[in-house]
Design a binder for this molecule. Structure first.
Ligand SMILES: [Cu+2]
Length: 162
């Protein structure tokens, strides 16, 4: 899945959108490509970014809902084993569930040209239709109790069909 980022107001259709909510960090026209491969119960996801702001950190995760005009539209993180304490208003921040083995984390630091790559492998496959986007956040992902999975503002979103 590849998308050149555009501002939400310029969306051509309602599928395969790639929205930037912060054009300084994620310029219009920058590209994040996400590929997913599953085999024998394992899933490998790779991310290849170009044209982002140089030399900066981003937290990156798979989220449940498609991208929309609002950064919050993409919903919470996809979890293989859903946190029973999580609610729509209070997403999981329990490190037992909000961790890179139970969620997909693809944090990056861009090089001086704004490029970055990341990849992760987990020992599960996505449930059908429950993972629909990849979100770029303003900082690397936190891991402590009460903040696990948080990574600051949502800067951009890419519709991805896992
Ligand atoms: Cu996220």
């Amino acid at each position: 899945m590849a998308g050149a980022f555009q501002a939400p107001g310029e969306a051509a259709g309602d599928d395969d959108n790639a929205f930037t909510y912060d054009e300084a960090a994620v310029p219009v026209g920058s590209v994040v490509r996400v590929d997913s491969e599953d085999q024998d119960g394992r899933t490998t996801i790779t991310l290849d970014a170009t044209g982002l702001a140089p030399s900066r950190d981003f937290g990156v995760h798979v989220h449940t809902l498609p991208c929309g005009p609002q950064p919050s539209d993409s919903g919470p993180h996809y979890q293989n084993d859903p946190d029973p304490a999580a609610t729509p208003d209070a997403p999981s921040t329990d490190p037992a569930y909000a961790n890179p083995q139970n969620e997909i984390w693809l944090d990056i630091t861009t090089d001086e040209n704004g490029a970055a790559q990341a990849s992760t492998t987990v020992d599960w496959e996505f449930r059908d239709d429950e993972a629909n986007s990849v979100v770029l956040h303003a900082q690397h992902t936190m891991t402590g109790p009460g903040e696990a999975g948080m990574a600051g503002d949502r800067l951009a979103c890419i519709d991805t069909d896992f």
